[in-house]
Every structure is written in structure tokens, then in C-alpha cells.
Design a protein around this ligand. Structure first.
Ligand code: SF4
Ligand code: SF4
Length: 414
């Protein structure tokens, strides 16, 4: 989750840092453990006092609600933490409702009935991609997992408009990943840095996974897409997913534990190397008009932005951050000590988008698209309570299995 680094970065003094030594650089920037190898001499330009970015003292506000509003407006990481927490709470609520629904289904109806929360379809990305292609080919929104399609559309829209802001502001797995590396940093004083010769091939893994899924879906024609969407397997895909995690095999448990362990020592291990959603958003982020933009004329080359970046992007070297790993987390913007030097912009000359506006856009795009699905009746699926009760009793039947990505053959009455 977003928050302050365990060691705060020190804003360079206007008179202090000119042609400093590597040692004085370590002292002046603080040490997060990311920079350990001997580095070339850093030449930080003089920062005129009138160009220094001042932080507003929120504590001076007497009323608590004004303090809260001011902090949300002035502190990008507080705002991001708030949005992330709200989204995590929403996912926990969805998970709890789905748990109650499962209790009803698995008890053959002896437990009280709770409506299945449609938001759970956000965790069925393959089904959603298939729905997306079916919608693009036929113009029809499937009635089995309609909310999954709209959640995917909302995620894609954030990627096209706001880079990988979904990963940095909304995704519960991204929030968990961030919490884990921050915990690792607190625990060990630093996170491990993967050397570039290993980092680049590892980063391509998520693209290979994405290409694998996209290629499999690309090969499906309209009839095959319809056959998958209406299959008994797809109708209970969310239930199967729940059972997979509720009855985790030893192999799956070890996989989860190893991934969690790696996420503690390496920043965003899952998101950076393995998440196909991250790959999709990384590719789409190239189209985003909004990018972190550096004004070279006022930059003092202090490298605080690069040091703050959890994605190891050399922000201080570029005019615009095009990297597919940028999650729009705004840590670099917050770290920059110079007024109007590092900002989210559509171009180098365009007006800057303040972090609070950006955060509102991220949440707004997501809420607008999913809200539209709710308002137009494309949120709940058309599987009745009676049909679910019947299917819960048949979950182990061959017709609910799939083999190497293909659903089992089924008939009109399955
Ligand atoms: S470049 Fe800035 S916004 Fe992008 S990931 Fe790095 S710190 Fe976050
Ligand atoms: S853009 Fe980066 S290098 Fe330039 S002043 Fe801001 S923090 Fe320092």
C-alpha cells in the first residue's frame, strides 16, 4: 500500500550539493538499499529558494474534515492509500458476500441464501477476455458473466487513458504486492534489486503469458466463443475459482507462499514479472496521453525521483516516462523538490494534472464504466437461484471440467 518510504528522502539544500562525492550523495539522499554499487559523481544543480517546493502544514487547519480534505489534495500518497484501501475493502466485502453465497450452495440450501456478488467476475480474466472478443464480433453482451466484461473494459480504459494507474491505485493484488515489499523494506532495511540482465527476460514472462492467452482466444471463432460462454464450466467458473483457493493443493499453497516471499524481498515481484493483466496494461499504457513529464530546464538533477520510483525507472534521465512499468503512483512527483518540474501532463507544454485530479480520474473512470453496467442492467447475470442450487449439486460431473483450455462437451440440457 502507498505510504512513506521507511527512510525519507532528503530534499537537497539550495547551497549544499554541488559536485558532491558518492559518500555525501548517500548521506544527502538517504539510503533505501536500492543503490549500493559505486556510482559516478552526482552533479546536483543549485536550487534557488523560490523554486523549492514547500509542503503545506496540514496540522494548522483547525477542523478535522478540512485537514482531511487538504491532506487528500496535497499528499498524493495519502490520497492513493485512501483509494487503495477503499478498493481493498470493496473486494473484501465482495469476498465475504461470495463466501456466504458459497455456504448456501455447498450446504444444499440449508444455509440462508445470499445473492452472488457480480463483482466476483473481476477475478475471471480469461472469461472476460472471451466475452470481450464475443462482444466485439457480435455486439452482444453475454449474460453469464456480464460484469466481468465491464470490469475488464474499465481496466482497459484506465490503461489507455491513465497508464498503469489501475495497478498503482486500484488493483488489490497490486496493493498487496506493495504492502509486502514495504514490509520487506522495514524488515531488512532494503529490497533486493534484480540485475538488468535478469530483470529484462523476467519482465518479458508476463508478456509471454499474455500472448499465450490472447493467441488462444484469437483462434476462437464466434461459435467457439459462444460455446465457451454458455458452457456449464463457464457458468460455475467463479465457484470453481473459490473452491480452488478454499481447498488449495500443497503445490498451489507452496506456489503462493513462494510468490509472497519473493514479493517481500523484490519490489512488485508478481506485478513486474508474472501478471498478464500488468502486461496488457503496460502495452496499452503506450497510448496514454498522460505521462510523468520532466521539465529539463528547471530540473536540478538530484535523482530523488529515480530513487523514489518502485519500478526502477530512471526518471531523472527522461523527458517523458514511456516505460511500460510506470504505475502512475506519483512517488517520483512527490519526491521532486523543485516546483513544477515533475508532473503528470499530456505533453511537455500542456497544463499539469494535479495528483488529486489524477486520482479522481482513476477512480472516476472505473466507477463510471461499472456504474453504467449497473444502470443498463448488465451487472447481474441471468442464472437463477434454482439453477445455481442444481449446479452446486453437480460440480464434480465431467461436464464442469475443462481440458487444456477446452471446455467439456455439453448438451442443450446441461
Ligand atoms: S515513474 Fe513515477 S509514477 Fe511511474 S512508477 Fe516510477 S515513481 Fe511511480
Ligand atoms: S525531476 Fe528528478 S532529478 Fe529533476 S529535480 Fe525533480 S527529482 Fe530531481
Amino acid at each position: 500500500m502507498a505510504g512513506k518510504e521507511s527512510v525519507r528522502q532528503t530534499v537537497p539544500d539550495a547551497t549544499l550539493i554541488v559536485n558532491e562525492s558518492p559518500l555525501s550523495r548517500e548521506l544527502s539522499l538517504g539510503t533505501t538499499g536500492e543503490v549500493s554499487a559505486p556510482r559516478p559523481r552526482l552533479r546536483v544543480k543549485k536550487l534557488p529558494p523560490e523554486r523549492r517546493r514547500r509542503k503545506i502544514n496540514v496540522a494548522l487547519e483547525p477542523a478535522w474534515y478540512r485537514r482531511l480534505i487538504l491532506r487528500l489534495k496535497e499528499d498524493p500518497q495519502f490520497l492513493r492509500s485512501t483509494v487503495q484501501s477503499a478498493f481493498v475493502l470493496l473486494c473484501i466485502w465482495i469476498g465475504f458476500e461470495f463466501y456466504l453465497f458459497m455456504q448456501w450452495g455447498m450446504s444444499a440450501g440449508t444455509e440462508p441464501f445470499v445473492t452472488r456478488p457480480p463483482g466476483v467476475e473481476g477475478f475471471l480474466p480469461i472469461s472476460a477476455l472471451i466475452s470481450l472478443k464475443y462482444w466485439m464480433l457480435t455486439g452482444m453482451i453475454n449474460v453469464i458473466h456480464p460484469s466481468g466484461l465491464f470490469i475488464l473494459l474499465a481496466i482497459v480504459a484506465t490503461g489507455v487513458l491513465l497508464k498503469k494507474a489501475f495497478c498503482g491505485w486500484l488493483c488489490p493484488i497490486g496493493t498487496l504486492s506493495e504492502s509486502l515489499w514495504m514490509a520487506g523494506q522495514k524488515l531488512f532495511g532494503r529490497n533486493m534489486r534484480v540485475t538488468p540482465w535478469l530483470d529484462y527476460p523476467l519482465r518479458s514472462l508476463k508478456y509471454l503469458l499474455l500472448v499465450f492467452f490472447l493467441y488462444a482466444i484469437w483462434q476462437m471463432d464466434t461459435a467457439a466463443l459462444k460455446y465457451f460462454i454458455e458452457s456449464p464450466y463457464n457458468k460455475v467458473a467463479d465457484i470453481k475459482m473459490y473452491l480452488f483457493f478454499a481447498e488449495l493443493s500443497t503445490f498451489a499453497l507452496w506456489t503462493v507462499l513462494i510468490l509472497a516471499g519473493l514479493s517481500v524481498v523484490i519490489k512488485n515481484f508478481w506485478c513486474r514479472y508474472l501478471c498478464p493483466y500488468g502486461a496488457l496494461l503496460g502495452a496499452l499504457s503506450w497510448f496514454s496521453p498522460l505521462k510523468i513529464t520532466r521539465t529539463k530546464e528547471t530540473c536540478i538533477d538530484c535523482e530523488l525521483c529515480t530513487k523514489a520510483c518502485p519500478s526502477s525507472i530512471k526518471v531523472h534521465k527522461v523527458g517523458r516516462v514511456w516505460s511500460d512499468e510506470c504505475m502512475s503512483c506519483m512517488r517520483c512527483v512527490e519526491a521532486c523538490p523543485v516546483i513544477d518540474t515533475l508532473q503528470m501532463r499530456t505533453s511537455k507544454t500542456a497544463e499539469a494534472v494535479p495528483p488529486w485530479v489524477f486520482g479522481t480520474l482513476v477512480a472516476g473512470v472505473f466507477v463510471a464504466i461499472t456504474g453504467m453496467a449497473m444502470l443498463t442492467g448488465h451487472w447481474q447475470n441471468n442464472i437463477s437461484r434454482e439453477e445455481y442450487a442444481k449446479r452446486f449439486q453437480e460440480l464434480d460431473a465431467p461436464v464442469y471440467q475443462h481440458f487444456q483450455g477446452n471446455v467439456a462437451p455439453y448438451g442443450p440440457h446441461d
